[in-house]
Each structure stands twice: as C-alpha cells, then as structure tokens.
Design a protein around this ligand. Structure first.
Ligand code: GLP
Length: 261
C-alpha cells in the first residue's frame, strides 16, 4: 500500500483524477471501476473539466460501479445510476452502453449478481478501481463481517451506514435496507486500486484500514493484500496515521510519483 497525503480534499481529488486521466490516455479501452459518495464528487468534477478543457476521451472505456441500492429505480434521485449520470456520464463522451451498475430492481437478485461478475470477466477484468471508505470501514457496501473472498452479492446495510447515508434520503426510514455490491474478492482482483479518503470523520477508520490488522470487520483493510493499491488522503483524514512522515518521504522520493508532485 502506498499512502499519499495531500494538503486538502481538492488537491487529493485532483491527484486521483490525474491518475485516471493518465491511465485513460495510455489505454483508451480502460476498464474503470467507479465508486459513489460525496468524496468522489470532487474527482468526477475534475474529470468533467478535463473532458471540457483537454478533450479527455472516454469514448472507448468501459465502467463498472461497485454497488447499487436494492429497490431503487435507475431514475430515482438516490440511486447510484442517477448519481453517476448526474456527476459524470452525462458530461463526458462516454458510450452509455459501456457504463454498468448492478440492477437493484432485478427480480432475481442472485442471478443479477452472477451476471455482473460474468460481465466484468468478459470485459477482461477491472484495470483501475476507484474506492471510497464508509464510516463502517467498508469498500463498496462490504459491511463489517463480509468475507474477504466475497463476490458480488446482496448485503444488508449496517446501522453505521444507514446513519451515514440517511440524510440523502430525508431520514433512515426512507432508506433501502439492502444493496447489491461487488465483493471484497471482486474488488481486490482489479489490477490497480485507488482509495480516496478526505475529512476528519474518516481519520479513525482510515488508520484502521491502512495500519491496523487485516480484518473482515474493516473490509478496506483487505487492500493491504493488494499488490498495487494507492491510498490518497487529505491532511484531515491522515490525522490518525502513525507513519505520516514515512509516507511523505516515499512520495517525495519515489520516481514513479515525480509527475504528480
Ligand atoms: C457509500 C458507498 C461507498 C463509499 C461510501 C463513502 O457507502 N457504497 O462505496 O465509499 O459511501 O461515502 P462518502 O464519500 O459520502 O463518505
């Protein structure tokens, strides 16, 4: 795991967007794994600007989102399909047929999960997976206790997650109780993972994920097993990391990061 500490959430998101842009230019057929949540909105804003100002080309790439709520239609303002259309897809030259999210309205959700896994495989696997981290330590909706080898499936949302996301729904009572999510095993098969965490509220859980033991109780900690995982954080989210100076030294001295310093 490499940890990059940036001064604030804007610079952290910009760095993530630059990595995506770099990979997309190098491989126009990139298979991109996408995440939702407030943290990612900044990244998508930067990518939309790069499309407008620098002609960043999305026309050949394929995208797979991590998760979707069960029971929401795609046009529901709280669905992740709606989020993606609103924050990214509608503003760039992506072919909508190449954008994939699990269908949380499928009559047979187990079949939907199997089909999603099969589609990822058919596209050659995910090249670059973007990730946020929930206050429950989750990636996707892999709530505490999720098997580290889990695949795409339906998960019940924990009280921490319900509380975190309830404001978007105008209260917990209006929130779906379950979601379809890529499994931890699905996520860590991506060739490269980038986790972005910003803000003081993520500091504790981020330190557990990065410097704590690998445990299904904090599913983001499974990223420690990944051969190519970069964690990008702002100063606030980095507050509880013990090895901050070491991470800074690596970022300053590692030739791979020269272009991003
Ligand atoms: C949801 C998503 C996660 C995301 C998390 C963080 O729970 N399923 O993939 O990482 O939100 O959200 P935020 O960025 O709003 O803190």
């Amino acid at each position: 795991m490499e940890v990059i500490i940036q001064p604030n959430k804007e610079t952290a998101a910009h760095l993530v967007a630059r990595i995506v842009a770099h990979d997309l230019r190098a491989s126009p057929h990139l298979v991109l794994g996408l995440a939702t949540g407030k943290t990612m909105e900044c990244v998508y804003r930067h990518l939309v600007c790069m499309r407008a100002d620098k002609g960043l080309d999305f026309s050949l790439c394929e995208t797979f989102n991590l998760d979707e709520y069960v029971g929401l239609f795609p046009n529901d303002p709280n669905s992740y399909r709606h989020y993606m259309n609103h924050h990214l897809f509608r503003h760039v030259n992506i072919d909508m047929r190449n954008t994939h999210l699990p269908n949380g309205m499928a009559a047979d959700l187990d079949a939907e999960c199997r089909a999603y896994e099969a589609l990822i495989k058919r596209c050659g696997g995910i090249d670059l997976q973007l990730l946020g981290i929930g206050k429950a330590g989750h990636i996707g909706f892999n709530e505490p206790g999720s098997a580290l080898q889990s695949r795409t499936r339906v998960k019940a949302l924990t009280p921490t997650t319900l509380k975190q996301n309830a404001p978007m729904f105008g209260g917990e009572e209006h929130m779906p109780r379950r979601a379809v999510t890529m499994g931890v095993g699905t996520i860590i098969e991506a060739r490269r993972c980038i986790l972005l965490a910003t803000g003081r509220s993520k500091a504790e859980v981020l330190a557990q994920a990065v410097e704590g033991p690998i445990t299904s109780m904090v599913t983001a900690s499974a990223l420690q097993l990944h051969p190519r995982c970069t964690v990008v954080v702002d100063e606030e989210a980095a507050t509880m990391l013990k090895e901050k100076e070491y991470y800074r030294w690596i970022f300053e001295n590692e030739p791979e990061w020269e272009f991003y310093r």
